[in-house]
Design a protein around this ligand. Structure first.
Ligand SMILES: Cc1cc2nc3c(=O)[nH]c(=O)nc-3n(C[C@H](O)[C@H](O)[C@H](O)COP(=O)(O)OP(=O)(O)OC[C@H]3O[C@@H](n4cnc5c(N)ncnc54)[C@H](O)[C@@H]3O)c2cc1C
Length: 275
């Protein structure tokens, strides 16, 4: 039966992406789980083949294709294993913030490298004391001359250790009423003074998925790294969290299908009681 949204191009794309993963990911996935990291070299290969950020505009290094291609990438990565989710987070959760709210200069500076895998991204919202209640974050950024002084701690950050560029949710106005009006997004680059990594977290699952703590101590972020308008961060997060939830749902659906497939395969092949 033909699908109302997926075309022959999507089918061809899925087949060639699967072939790529059979060569470059499936044979190594167990090793990556043991080593608790997906190597940077794999990201670069994804970039070389056009599998990173395919939906961003061609002028910024993408292919300008529809989001169906990104859905296929997420589905096929999830079939390899759930630890691949950091790539979907880069493609479909973090990079869209820069694509949607960045200035032309910011886009020209960062997006082409996001598409080649030279830049791996992360988004830092969660803090030790703040998860669901985002308006309560305590990380602050104070404008001082030509830079913001960023102070605070983040936790559970996907791609936290590997990330070259982190979109950080922080309070530029700690006294704003209502509280969410004081939130802004700052882009923090790898070598920014005052930015360091905390623990790489050991989780019960998703072993190769890099999840870490980030620390900002008088971190000097150039003021041109503000994403969008000051005080509009919460609105941007609410807009983009929709696609994040969709990505998580797609991954959950594929993971369930794979678990069922594995179970059926196992019960059909197992010999017990002489049968
Ligand atoms: C593998 C992994 C990767 C992650 N990656 C990232 C990342 O890249 N960037 C990032 O910023 N964060 C990341 N997170 C953090 C994630 O976004 C948070 O875990 C999530 O927002 C929930 O926050 P919390 O864990 O503090 O739970 P809490 O907010 O403390 O919630 C705990 C429980 O209380 C419930 N609850 C919350 N508020 C209420 C309320 N008002 N009334 C009733 N019940 C309530 C919740 O539904 C939940 O069941 C990651 C987490 C994991 C596990």
């Amino acid at each position: 039966m033909t699908h109302p949204y997926l075309t022959e191009d999507h089918d061809i794309f899925r087949k060639s992406f699967r072939k790529f993963l059979e060569k470059e990911a499936y044979p190594y996935y167990e090793k990556w789980e043991e080593e608790r990291m997906i190597p940077r070299a794999f990201w670069k290969k994804m970039g070389e083949h056009g599998y990173l950020c395919p939906d961003i505009a061609e002028e910024y290094g993408g292919s300008g294709v529809d989001w169906g291609f990104s859905v296929i990438i997420n589905e096929e990565l999830e079939r390899v294993g759930s630890s691949m989710i950091g790539i979907g987070l880069h493609n479909d959760i973090v990079v869209p913030y820069i694509h949607s709210y960045g200035t032309v200069e910011q886009k020209q500076k960062w997006l082409p490298k996001c598409a080649t895998g030279e830049i791996i991204t992360a988004i830092a919202m969660t803090e030790p004391g703040t998860g669901s209640d985002l308006s309560n974050i305590e990380t602050t950024a104070k404008l001082e001359g030509d830079h913001y002084l960023l102070n605070g701690q983040k936790t559970f950050i996907t791609n936290g250790i590997t990330a070259d560029l982190v979109v950080v949710a922080c309070k530029t106005d700690a006294h704003a009423v209502p509280r969410h009006k004081g939130i802004s997004l700052l882009v923090v680059e790898r070598d920014t003074p005052g930015f360091s990594r905390g623990r790489k977290l050991q989780k019960v699952g998703l072993h190769a998925q890099d999840t870490a703590e980030l620390i900002f101590e008088d971190c000097k972020v150039p003021k041109e790294n503000l994403l969008g308008a000051e005080g509009h961060g919460f609105r941007y997060l609410m807009e983009k969290l929709q696609q994040e939830r969709l990505i998580v749902a797609i991954a959950a659906q594929v993971a369930s299908e794979e678990m069922l497939r594995n179970t059926i395969e196992y019960v059909k092949s197992r010999q017990a009681f002489g049968k």
